[in-house]
Design a protein around this ligand. Structure first.
Ligand code: NAD
Length: 484
């Protein structure tokens, strides 16, 4: 593969919350990688803006430490890091007051793309938008990037959209869902719409069911306070799993352009049926000898928030009527793995007789680890002994397919930030999409409260509560194993 890095035009990027966890772990190391890849022009300027008191040099040291700690490989020799740090500056800013705003506006370059990354809590989004406007930084060339969570429910999401819309047009607002920046997720679209092979089969006639699993091994750790107010539904399903579901289920957009793609995703969300309570399993991980259980982690012995969620979902349209989508996500599970499995139906008639057993084509799209795709194909078991059938994987691990260039594949944050600079909103959520997703999840969450639903406990290191296995078994189906 030939590596093609397309440089972007000079830009100013202001990271509000530039000293925070997300900036240090993801955004800044990602920007450094783009710099090393030659994508960042000489004149680009990155400004950290946060509450802490510090000067430019102090910030450069903070960023140096972050890149050394969180970068995915050793810092290259030859002064690349120094050259990157030279593009950085810092302004101490109070999002809710007046401090620092004049200084920030002085530092912004006229007549070029300026992106403002809101890497702060959502309660500050409105203040930031307001002040960018007030201090003359909200020009037509401005873009704002907002982090999750985008609202807590439909009401708060609408309010947030309204606040941002006061000062920015929808074409200037980039709502990040980093799942959309993953290489494999985009490959899902390439596979569906770049090949003639899959699309004719991509419907209820040929697909038995689809499974989406996002499993984590970590617990809620230090984020207990935040997590307990949100749970797996708000933290993972309403955004990441729904976005994956949309890309799997949507109709072919006319063009790979922001509104074409987002219109089709929105139609999927609007076609989601309400979920029957008995099609949902919620869980909380149990304590082990060494580690606390969910309720200890969040310091609420009566917490009813789920750290695991499995559900069967239906999409009411011609393409998918009758084909269930099973979604599953949770913490403290057996392995850290994310995958989509498209399980095709049996061949309509087996010429090999009952003894050949049941064989199915399964297309597995692995988001992590080992990003790639596998297609299970049924073939004759090699050797003598008659016609015995066996399923073998046609395996394409991207790292193998791309060879040495695999290292050059930008991670989700890097890709999305560069898309912001380029002004490409295709991989960002539109306001109406987010609201539609909340409109679907809100009644489900309200139902749990109304029924006093108590999550089942599950063993840490397992595949979740027993009931989630039953959700599939009842339908004569089986979850794929959660394994690294
Ligand atoms: P953090 O608490 O580590 O950092 C918050 C940052 O905001 C700091 O730089 C702080 O100085 C700044 N800040 C706070 N109040 C301010 C004020 N009044 N004026 C100016 N600056 C102020 O938070 P984080 O973990 O980096 O998260 C930032 C945002 O990203 C949050 O919305 C969070 O939900 C979201 N997010 C974080 C992660 C993650 O992995 N950390 C993942 C996804 C989304």
């Amino acid at each position: 593969m030939v590596s093609r890095v397309i440089p972007v035009d000079p830009f100013d990027l202001v990271i509000f919350g530039g000293t925070g966890d997300l900036a240090r772990r993801k955004i800044l190391p990602g920007l450094f990688r783009r710099f090393c890849a030659g994508q960042m022009p000489e004149e680009a300027q990155i400004i950290g803006a946060a509450r802490s008191e510090m000067d430019d040099d102090g910030y450069r040291q903070l960023v140096r430490d972050a890149i050394e700690e969180f970068g995915d490989k050793p810092v290259p020799e030859g002064g690349a890091l120094d050259a990157f740090l030279a593009r950085l500056g810092y302004v101490q800013v109070d999002a809710t007051g007046t401090d620092g705003w004049e200084e920030l506006s002085r530092r912004i370059t006229e007549d070029r793309v300026r992106a403002f990354y809101f890497s702060v809590g959502p309660s500050l989004f409105g203040d930031l938008a307001e002040r960018l406007h007030q201090y003359g930084m909200a020009s037509g060339q401005s873009r704002i990037v907002v982090e999750k969570p985008f609202g807590h429910d439909l009401g708060t999401a609408k309010a947030l959209n309204a606040v941002l819309a006061q000062h920015f047009d929808e074409t200037q607002i980039y709502r990040i869902d980093h799942y959309l920046g993953k290489e494999t997720v985009q490959n899902l679209m390439a596979v569906r719409f770049g090949n003639v092979l899959f699309e004719p089969l991509w419907n209820a006639q040929y697909v038995d069911h689809i499974q989406v699993t996002v499993a984590e091994t970590v617990g809620v750790g230090g984020r207990g306070g935040y997590y307990d107010k949100s749970g797996a539904m708000r933290d993972m399903v309403q955004n990441h799993l729904m976005q994956l579901l949309c890309l799997i289920a949507m109709e072919p957009p006319a063009k790979f352009e922001p509104d074409s793609v987002r219109d089709e995703k929105l139609k999927v969300i609007r076609a989601l049926e309400p979920v029957e309570p008995h099609h949902i399993v919620r869980g909380q991980y149990d304590a082990t000898e060494k580690e606390p259980g969910y309720r200890e982690d969040v310091e609420d012995p009566k917490s009813r928030t789920e750290s695991f969620l499995a559900m069967k979902v239906h999409i009411s349209n011609w393409r998918w009527a009758g084909t269930p989508f099973y979604l599953r996500t949770g913490k403290r599970l057996r392995a850290r793995t994310s995958e989509i499995a498209v399980v095709f139906k049996d061949a309509p008639h087996s010429i090999f007789g009952a003894e050949a057993g049941r064989h199915r084509n399964v297309l597995i799209i692995r988001l992590q680890p080992n990003e790639g795709m596998t297609l299970d194909v049924t073939i004759k078991e090699p050797g003598p002994g008659g016609m015995r059938l066996v399923d073998v994987p046609l395996d394409m691990t991207f790292a193998d397919a791309l060879g040495p260039d695999a290292d050059e594949v930008p991670d989700a944050y890097e890709r999305l930030i560069m898309d912001v600079i380029r002004g490409n909103q295709t991989l960002f959520m539109r306001g109406d999409e987010v609201e539609a997703a909340w409109a679907w999840t809100d009644p489900i969450i309200a139902g749990w409260a109304a029924r006093n639903d108590v999550p089942k406990t599950y063993d840490a290191g397992s595949a979740g509560p027993e009931d989630s296995l039953m959700l599939m078994h009842r339908d004569g189906r089986k979850w794929r194993e959660i394994k690294a």
